[in-house]
Design a protein around this ligand. Sequence first.
Ligand SMILES: Cc1ncc(COP(=O)(O)O)c(C=O)c1O
Length: 486
Amino acid sequence: MSLPDKGRSTEELLAEITRLKREDLPVRGGKVTAYVYDTGRPEVHEAAARAYFEMLEVNTLDPTAFPSVVEMEKQVVGAVAELLGGGSGIFTSGGTESIMLAVKAARDARETAGRPRMAVPVTAHPAFHKAAHYLGLVVDAVPVDPVTFRASPADVEAAITEDTVLVVASAPSYPQGVIDPVAGIAAIAAARGVPCHVDACVGGWLLPWLREAGADIPPFDLSVPGVTSLSCDLHKFGYAPKGASVVLFADPAMRRRAYFASASWPGYTVINATVQSSKSAGPLGGAWATLQALGREGYLELGRTTLAAARELRAGIAKIPGLRVLGDPESALVAFGSDGGSGSGSHGDSGGEGVDVFVLSDEARRRGWFLQPQLSYSGIPANIHITVTGVTLRGVEAMLEVIAQSVEAARERGPAKLPEGLVELVAGLDLDALDDAAFGELASAVGVDLGGSGQPEMAVVNAVLDALPADRREAILIRFLSVIYS
Ligand SMILES: Cc1ncc(COP(=O)(O)O)c(C=O)c1O
């Protein structure tokens, strides 16, 4: 865009936004089973949007200038602490920032002889790797059980070293929706004098309601001895607009370690609870309003429908020949793979009843549904991930129907056909010698349109990525990002 000479009217701008969003996935209606969380209650989203707008211009940079921010944040954090075992918290922009702050607090709580380290199950969210990358820690990966996908306390203990400043458990972990044995892991951590963070980003505002609705949910929050911090995203199962998460610390001294202040310049004094400094209070207003618009009753009702939908979905998938649900998830996240897929590097192309899950995902997208593909990793096969939300129950039969049709279609099409030598070519690419334009041309030469939109066929891309080791995948993904923003 070049800046227009004259200002344009609001109507014109909104019409243009509508045009820009034409190829976007829909954020309502339940056909997109990742990224978005829909209550199915428009009035709740309306309340959140209006409160967001009301707080939009308020800057949380200076809480003395805008006391509304302090009061609202105390109320929101207080509600989360009340549900999740107490503690002192910070309202952040999302799971990644909550995790970043928990890692920073743990790093700064103790001097280590070598570089500080974290014991992190392989199923934990990449936000821990990102925090380690930004904050100078080393990640010690903890394997998970290949059947249950849970990390064992013994394996976590084996990963603890003299320099370990934090151990991590997820409630649940995103990929298969299973809850790590938090009590066992936290007890080991406490015995070794190491803080334990529970990543309840996706589960914190879900599991208590599922439990109340009848699900068997083990203790996972700050009331568990040894748990020192916990992250809970309100922009996931809190159904708040994006930019809303809370990190809780059992000890207020740990919360102070997450804070940052600077008086080392001649400008205004800087006191930051979060990574961002100037920031809109819109997300805080949106989260505050969503909590109040739904209330206990609303969340419990959403918990009931979510639980019913997740059960129906798991049972329905198990009946589709060629598919199997991975693990025994207690939460509302369901991952399924192909009977033909076993272990890293396989996305289900080994014949029999198996189907290529990446082709299956493309087939579902053609039918108007987004089912999220996940690459194989650490012995866990490639699979499809569905986040069940408040609206899923109304459409669960339709979703199962589409999955069954997509399986059939994927079986007919067969596995993604990779041009001969493509994986080897990508594996051996000297990325430093290629600029973004050359990378884009190379991709289109092998049939991958990186500038495309709408209904992209991703099976080939996913199959190539799946065949590469993680560090190569990362290098290619970074290049992809650079190309699409060129
Ligand atoms: C378990 C878990 N932790 C952390 C995150 C990161 O959250 P965000 O995308 O809000 O940064 C996610 C996101 O899905 C998650 O599922």
